[in-house]
Write a protein that binds this ligand. Structure first.
Ligand code: 0RA
Length: 657
């Protein structure tokens, strides 16, 4: 390693800095998860989280992200500003300490933070280490301070460059393009993050400005998590407009809960500890559930809505159609395992139970009409569930799902090892026919599914089991359903949805994804579900037998341009597209309407051949987003449905070629 001796004062420093931050540059994945788009965005999350901590401490009110035209990103807050004084432990300024010492930040020592994400945000130093250039500006004590860094090492002193009457911190960084696969930031992802931050931290404003694309947006929600619940319920029919909301401090912990019921059958629940989402719940969730069930049962008994001889409503009954946000803030959050997926602090269970028990009960007493609707809905859920269970048991007793018999429509593969087997779920019988003739019958099974599979969002399991397509699917996969579900029995490690590249095809693909999402999430979590990407265009060339298949509009444009250039016919290009195809020597440019238009060989070559095809792995890491879009899709509003189909690539990621 060579150190440039630009500045003698900093030479010694640089060595320790590089030693300190070297692990980050060597193994970025350990600190930010990876060097793909997720990792890249993690840099922004780190800085935003630091600013949120400063907001939680009661100082910052506004967090601003800028996507600069030169590729840099800046995150600015109006908090106290990182101290510029010499840090007693490191003997350098706190600013420099925060930027060059791993795990340093406001969270160590006595910084005045009551509540912070704890494990969250490995810090600004990681961002610094992974940036080609970084500039920090601190507004504090009437001065504007500035310092520059490169790949984690300071390149200047912390200098006063002007006067100000403001306070705050502003960090601008340029991610290292030798570390990240791409340094293109995604406006939408950052927007999403800022929206959530504004929901969870009452009273803060978050903004983004994209200078390249001239877009900007700000969030401020008066209602905090109450607004969040409202947002999650957009497009759903609510049981009552009113939203239950409570914000109380118990011991050192702050408990915030918002609840509203909808007519949907599902539960939409988000639980957070110190603004960190806990997808696997934890003690706050346990306390919440216990309390919700008890309060609703007690109320129903007291009001005579639940008769003496009737049994209690189950937890599941009280949660049908529930949308709830639970946010706890505590001084010392403990999580189970390495990730922050599950909150462990035992005392929190009691706190949440206590707050819910008291205030949700008041709420029901004070809102008798809302209370009646909630109880009525739970009673209905209980009845429906009993009826559905009876119907389902009846079906299961008949043994429709078990037995060695495979559905008649399945063309199975000869291979018996699930690892080397894949199944194509193909829309329609004609495409199913092509797939059957074209496939590699050793490793590829084909299951044609007819028409609209079934609206699984609205259908209960008993209705679904009355649907032949669904029964065929469950049988073919071999995994059973609900209590009998067993992922180890999965007969194919790749389940590939193969539908037309049009709106109807997307709809069917989405219905199938909904089915897996609702009833077999493990299939998605374990990475077994894929979507095939058939070509959009076939280019037939004059005098050539073989056509060229093209998968998207961009490639089409590219191929035609190259073709024209290679034939040196630039002069023939006219402005009319069709003329260009002709001058390029294509006699026909065909847009595929259906998979069924390809013969078996073509379908195999373009879409099924493992060495050539494009598969998209379905990855639902954000169940909330998926849930929201599924609900939109299933709702009656056609416009919403269309907008879903256009954006559903959001939870479909990871190209696997
Ligand atoms: C250390 C100590 C103090 C504040 C901060 C760090 C701080 C860090 C960041 C990171 C982004 N924005 C920030 N704002 C503040 C306490 C300062 C004091 O006591 O005045």
């Amino acid at each position: 390693m060579s150190l440039k001796k630009e500045n003698n004062e900093y030479t010694a420093n640089q060595i320790t800095v590089l030693e300190g931050l070297e692990p980050v540059r060597k193994r970025p994945g350990m600190y930010i998860g990876g060097t793909g788009l997720e990792g890249l965005h993690h840099l922004v999350w780190e800085l935003i989280d630091n600013s949120i901590d400063e907001a939680l401490a009661g100082y910052a009110k506004h967090i601003e992200v800028k996507l600069l035209e030169d590729g840099g990103v800046s995150v600015k807050d109006d908090g106290r500003g990182i101290p510029t004084e010499i840090h007693p432990k490191t003997k350098i300024s706190t600013v420099e300490t925060v930027l060059t010492v791993l795990h340093a930040g406001g969270k160590f020592g006595d910084s005045g933070y009551k509540v912070s994400g704890g494990l969250h945000g490995v810090g600004s130093s990681v961002v610094n280490a992974l940036s080609n250039k970084l500039e920090i500006k601190v507004y504090r004590d009437g001065n504007i301070y500035q310092q520059f860094y490169e790949k984690g090492a300071p390149k200047s002193d912390l200098k006063i460059i002007g006067k100000t009457d403001q306070t705050g911190t502003e960090i601008t960084f340029y991610p290292d393009d030798t570390i990240f696969q791409s340094i293109q930031f995604n406006y939408e992802s950052i927007l999403d993050r800022l929206r959530h931050a504004a929901y969870l931290t009452k009273g803060i404003k978050t903004s983004i400005e994209d200078y390249k694309n001239k877009k900007s947006y700000s969030f401020y929600f008066d209602g905090g998590i109450k607004s969040y619940v409202k947002h999650l319920n957009l497009g759903k029919e609510v049981v009552d407009e009113d939203i239950f909301y409570v914000d109380k401090v118990v011991s050192e912990s702050q408990i915030e809960i918002a609840i509203q019921y909808t007519d949907s059958y599902n539960e939409t629940l988000k639980v957070f500890a110190n603004n960190v989402l806990n997808p696997d719940g934890g003690t706050h969730l346990t306390g919440f559930r216990a309390s919700l069930t008890r309060v609703i049962n007690d109320y129903a008994r007291k009001q005579g809505l639940l008769k003496e001889k009737e049994e209690n409503l189950s937890g599941e009954d009280t949660r049908e159609g529930l949308t709830a946000i639970i946010l706890v803030k505590l001084p010392d959050p403990q999580f189970e395992g390495q990730t922050k997926n599950k909150l462990g602090n035992p005392e929190v269970r009691g706190y949440v139970e206590q707050v819910m028990g008291e205030y949700f009960n008041y709420y029901l007493e004070e809102h008798p009409s809302v209370a009646k609707k909630i109880v009525g809905k739970a009673l209905l859920a209980a009845r429906a569930r009993k009826a559905a269970r009876a119907a389902r048991d009846n079906i299961l007793r008949k043994g429709i799902l078990d037995g060695a018999s495979m559905p008649g429509k399945l063309a199975d593969c000869s291979n018996k090892d699930p690892k080397d087997s894949e199944i194509f779920l193909v829309e329609g019988d004609s495409a199913g026919g092509s797939a059957k003739t074209g496939r590699d019958s050793k490793s590829q099974a084909i299951l044609p599914l007819r028409g609209k599979v079934l609206n699984v969002e609205r259908a209960r399991l008993d209705k679904m089991l009355a649907n032949n397509e669904i029964v065929s699917l469950i049988k073919a996969l071999g995994v059973g359903i609900q209590e009998s579900f067993d992922i180890k029995a999965l007969r194919y490690h790749k389940i590939i949805i193969m539908t037309d590249a049009d709106v109807d095809g997307s709809h069917i693909a989405t219905l199938l994804m909904t089915f897996f999402f609702r009833y077999m999430p493990e299939v998605i979590q374990n990475g077994h579900l894929y979507i095939a990407k058939p070509p959009l265009f076939e280019l037939v060339r004059q005098g050539k037998k073989e056509s060229i298949f093209v998968y998207n509009e961009e490639d089409l444009e590219k191929i035609i341009n190259e073709f024209i250039k290679s034939r040196k016919q630039n002069e023939l290009i006219t402005t009319v597209n069709e003329e260009r195809y002709k001058s390029a020597g294509f006699i026909e440019q065909k847009r595929y309407k259906g998979l069924g238009e390809m013969d078996g060989e073509q379908l195999y070559d373009t879409t099924m051949n493992p060495s050539k095809r494009v598969l998209i792995k379905v990855n639902i890491e954000d169940a909330e987003k998926a849930d929201a879009v599924f609900n939109k899709l299933m709702g009656v509003e056609v416009e919403l449905r269309k907008s879903f189909i256009q954006t559903h690539a959001r939870f479909v990621k990871d190209l696997d070629i």
